[in-house]
Write a protein that binds this ligand. Structure first.
Ligand code: COA
Length: 191
């Protein structure tokens, strides 16, 4: 299942999601090395370097053999990488109420506000539900990240708790909303 997911190429109306591959690091760096993107994220280093992008791509290539690693997909439009969306299997914990798949994403600033992340996330989620028996998919965002919480709300995610999460780029603990998307809710909204 995981291997099949890792190799998937997912087409949506305007986008193609494909596994990250060698050679993607410069495009990842170009979109990701932006404080307006970084300030909403928890784990990347800041300042961000091309070597960090290369290392992220390398870890992603290992993801088929390392079950703890996130499966990362390039979000491409007309063959250009414009962002990343990842899915990983996570144990239940403070920021996820049950074991299951968790999604995270970013999009280069030039591409915001056109519904592209909603489209990309719907594509990956539909594919993940189709390939797995998961009855829910988890996500979340820092409480101030209205755009991301809107993306999730449009898809059918429902907030279920608020925690405090460390943001490495901000070097601060920030309020974080945890959300879950039930399979039935997704299928109902998508229908
Ligand atoms: C969050 C992010 C992925 C959204 O991508 P996007 O393609 O612009 O999202 P969409 O256009 O599909 O949907 C965004 C929604 O939020 C709304 N929105 C955008 N910015 C907003 C803001 N500052 N305040 C309120 N609403 C906002 C949009 O109007 C849209 O809702 P609508 O369709 O009802 O009008 C993008 O802004 C991003 O990469 N941000 C930085 C990284 C990040 O936050 N990643 C997620 C971490 S949880």
């Amino acid at each position: 299942m995981r291997n099949e997911l890792a190799k998937s190429v997912i087409g949506t109306r305007r986008l193609v999601l494909r596994p990250l591959r060698e050679g993607d690091a410069p495009a990842v760096f170009a979109g990701f090395n932006d404080w307006e993107v970084m300030r909403f994220l928890s784990s990347p280093p800041w300042p961000y370097t091309l070597a960090d992008a290369e290392s992220a791509v390398r870890r992603s290539l290992d993801a088929t053999t390392n079950p703890d690693e996130e499966l990362r997909f390039a979000i491409t439009r007309k063959d250009a990488l414009i962002g990343i969306i990842g899915v990983r299997h996570r144990a239940a914990g403070e920021h996820q109420r049950a074991e299951g798949y968790n999604i995270g994403y970013w999009l280069g600033r030039d591409h915001w506000g056109q519904g592209l992340m909603t489209e990309a996330a719907r594509g990956l989620i539909a594919h993940t539900f189709a390939l797995t028996r998961a009855d829910a998919i988890y996500s979340g965002a820092f409480a101030e990240n209205t755009a991301s919480l809107n993306v999730q709300r449009k898809i059918g995610f429902v907030p279920y708790s608020e925690t405090v999460l460390y943001s490495r780029p901000r070097d601060a603990m920030l309020p974080h909303v945890n959300t879950a998307l039930a399979r039935e809710a997704f299928e109902k909204i998508a229908a």
